[in-house]
Design a protein around this ligand. Structure first.
Ligand code: BG6
Length: 446
């Protein structure tokens, strides 16, 4: 069946940086679709073609068109309906995929307009709608958006995107945890002391200020990506790897997470200066979570994440209890850890203590390393490629359900009214991030 993707936000950052490469690769893989990019920035299609789609791929150029679309102007809806009808011709065997990559504040209007466009489409054809995270601003607005969405689309037709679910390491976490007996036996609060999730970025907010300013770090990455990582780290084994069963187990975990009590919000110093006016949004956060399930109760999960750091680091440390330092008397034995690194490369390390050569029974922690690219020798598709492919194929396995999203908003609610307590010099870690973990007598692994 022919597929037409209608891209809201067709001149935006996400479209240019992540979606275009994904679309190009999917066309190369043999998928066949036409993309209508909608945007306000260019009035002429030729400007769009010259600036956004220069010479990257001839094949892609033949599959993309541009329509000037101003959401405030009702004429835009008429123009889009016309454009779709022209493309359809007599071909009713077509699927329309509306992809919304806009600020959450525009969702409501976009969905209403999509409803009107759909009413004007010449034949009744199958449709899907794709919405980017964050899904709403808070619990209330998420419910409202969902109400509007479900009044126009069935849940089956709605794809709520969290691109972290398209990352190989997320899927691998489940295989690693559930397909290895030695891991299954120790992956619980009897053996794990604490978990640390560290997602530091070197870049600042840059051109995305307009979007980011209204969102802040918690809505941008914690309510979605980080909570999804926590579910993959702590959920119980699903009865099968189906979207429904995985989601069922994730919801059980999310329901068991207490609303966040310990957190700090901070902002990098030059953000306000760049803009002129004072920007109050948070760009870095440290938080502590507890998953109160039978398997994980009592294990603190420390998270730190945000922008403008010295080093890009995307790592998860699962730190095991150290029961041995007293057994062997005079020597310090390091605790064991599983270290999952996702950037720049996907690796998993397990640290074990080994005898240091030429020593008298001295132990030293050594890393046993798995490198995904070296081992499997394949180019893993980027997250967005996997996400868009699943949308085209109608496979819902990589998309959070609304119930997951609702629970995630509940968990982060206390942070949404929190104030920024620290301004950190660019490329340094906020002191409050250290305070959070040190007040528990621990320190960051990295
Ligand atoms: C996006 C956020 O969802 O995820 C960005 O909006 C963030 O602010 C990005 O930089 C991180 O994704 P990745 O794939 O680069 O880890």
């Amino acid at each position: 069946m022919k597929q037409i993707i209608i891209q809201y936000g067709g001149t935006g950052d996400l479209f240019r940086k992540k979606l275009i490469p994904a679309y190009i690769n999917l066309l190369k893989k043999g998928h066949d679709f036409h993309l209508i990019a909608l945007g306000r920035r260019y009035t002429e299609a030729s400007q769009f073609m010259n600036e956004i789609i220069p010479t990257i791929s001839e094949q892609f150029q033949n599959h993309v068109s541009y329509l000037h679309y101003d959401m405030k102007d009702p004429q835009s809806v008429i123009d889009l309906t016309q454009e779709i009808n022209d493309r359809l011709g007599d071909e009713c065997e077509t699927e329309l995929i509306y992809y919304i990559a806009l600020q959450p504040s525009l969702y409501e209007l976009a969905i209403k307009q999509i409803h009107d466009v759909n009413e004007g489409v010449r034949c009744s054809i199958s449709k899907k709608i794709v919405v980017e995270k964050p899904f709403g601003f808070n619990s209330e607005s998420a419910k409202i958006y969902n109400g509007i969405l479900t009044s126009v689309f069935s849940d089956e037709e709605i794809y709520r995107v969290d691109h972290y679910l398209g990352k190989e390491f997320m899927q691998n976490l489940l295989i690693m945890r559930f397909h290895n007996d030695i891991i299954r036996g120790i992956w619980n609060n009897r053996f794990i002391d604490n978990i640390q999730i560290i997602f530091d970025e070197t870049l600042g907010v840059e051109q995305r200020l307009g979007f980011y300013e209204k969102i802040g770090v918690v809505r941008d990455t914690v309510q979605n990506h980080i909570l999804q990582i926590i579910t993959h780290l702590t959920m119980a084994e699903p009865s099968e790897f189906s979207p429904e069963e995985i989601s069922h187990e994730k919801i059980r975990v999310l329901k068991a997470i207490r609303p966040i009590k310990d957190f700090s919000l901070s902002r990098y110093e030059t953000l306000s200066k760049l803009q002129g006016d004072e920007v109050r949004t948070s760009t870095y956060t440290a938080l502590k979570f507890y998953v109160d399930t039978f398997e994980f109760a009592g294990v603190p999960i420390y998270v730190r994440t945000g922008k403008m750091q010295n080093e890009a680091r995307s790592q998860i440390y699962v730190n095991f209890r150290n029961t041995m330092d007293r057994v062997l008397g005079d020597q310090q034995i390091a605790a064991n850890s599983v270290i999952i690194t996702t950037n720049p490369e996907m690796t998993i390390d397990i640290t074990l203590n080994m005898k240091r050569p030429n020593s008298k029974w001295k132990a030293e922690p050594v890393r046993f390393n798995f490198n995904h690219a070296d081992t499997f020798n394949v180019n893993t598709p980027e997250a967005y490629e996997q996400i868009v492919e699943k949308i085209l194929e109608g496979d819902k396995s990589l998309f959070p359900s609304f119930e997951e999203i609702e629970e995630a908003w509940r968990i982060v609610t206390p942070t949404l009214s929190g104030n920024v307590v620290e301004t950190y010099p660019d490329h340094t870690r906020p002191k409050t991030a250290d305070d959070l973990i040190e007040s528990d007598g621990r320190s960051w692994n990295a």
